[in-house]
Design a protein around this ligand. Sequence first.
Ligand SMILES: NC(=O)c1ccc[n+]([C@@H]2O[C@H](COP(=O)([O-])OP(=O)(O)OC[C@H]3O[C@@H](n4cnc5c(N)ncnc54)[C@H](OP(=O)(O)O)[C@@H]3O)[C@@H](O)[C@H]2O)c1
Length: 382
Amino acid sequence: MKKVVVLGSTGSVGRNALDVARRLPDEIQVVGLAARSNWEVLREQILEFRPSVAALVDPGACQNLRKTLPNGATRLVEGLDGILDDVLEQEADVVLAAITGAAGLPTTLKAVEKGRRLAIANKESLVMAGKRVMALAREKNAEVVPVDSEHSAIFQSMRGSRSSEVTRLLLTGSGGPFRETPANELQGVTREQALNHPTWKMGPKITIDSATLMNKALEVIEARWLFDVPPERIEVVIHPESVVHSMVEFQDGSVIAQLGLPDMRVPIQFALTYPERRPLEIDRLSFPEISRLTFEEPDRGRFPALDLAYRALETGGTLPAVLNAANEQAVERFLAGTIRFPQIASLTRQVMDHHDAIGEPEIPQILEADRWAREEVDRCLS
Ligand SMILES: NC(=O)c1ccc[n+]([C@@H]2O[C@H](COP(=O)([O-])OP(=O)(O)OC[C@H]3O[C@@H](n4cnc5c(N)ncnc54)[C@H](OP(=O)(O)O)[C@@H]3O)[C@@H](O)[C@H]2O)c1
């Protein structure tokens, strides 16, 4: 029986993780849940899974939940402190980090500090502080197992091989809803069009990131730290069918890939049950039905986010955290309807241009760079 804490349980990854737990009742015990404010969904999850402790960051939402929750075994706690001091303090084998955005960093660090296995979906915390997170994981003997489908594919493809045998990581991406949209039309695309991902159903932030290719950009940085491979050996390949989830090239020219229909329960379950592989009743690939798989180069002119990621990695220090925060802020503005689609990348670049990066930053300096970048987006807009 693996004891699992799900952070971000009310979101897309969190709900998929609980579906995995529901299907493996003899192997996975949910011992902790946490979310920001969605108390109605958290309430249902508490009633179904009966964790020892659950947290909501938002105090008002927590009060609403407390009023309607029958007296029972689950202890309800409030705020980020509730997650750090209660949810993450209890005995657990795996912490699934599925909070979205930079907000996930403190909990990622705490999970690793406690020496838990970190099943990491929250790529933003690795983008901001990947070097620190991985160093702490080594020090505390905490396993870090990827949940992002691309990184899970790489992790699975590398099983049984030495990292010194790897020559390239090939990250695949669908290309998003605007893969074929001409540059001059990107200015007019709507929020609804951007939220209409062709192959994956995900939360709003990552869906917009997929449309700008910033998601792939963040994944390049994530892969750099997860697999300790230098940026020049990480490449992005557009693969509209989203069947090949990513590939690893080895020094003899062999390429090993992981394939499957797009379903996040596959990488989530693998991260929870690893090193075991358990059955999962989902649709199977039919190669004759798919008939062909296609690959193309990303268009870096229409989608400048990729170049920003390589630049952030080359400069290092606080610049990746600045890229991440500026993007997060710009995505919020786009979702609120106050900026246009191409401004997400142009604002992010502007903020990066204005930043004096600090090399080898400590966590407080990373958090300060994050704060500065969000304010700088607003300054650029005013
Ligand atoms: N969705 C996917 O298929 C997918 C695939 C690969 C990687 N990822 C990564 O996984 C992470 C989650 O993505 P998602 O699509 O599941 O996002 P989502 O659907 O928007 O869910 C986000 C979750 O995080 C919680 N949350 C947000 N801010 C929080 C805060 N400040 N403190 C505590 N909890 C907070 C939300 O709670 P409320 O519901 O209460 O707001 C919700 O439970 C992201 O880093 C994303 O890049 C997602």
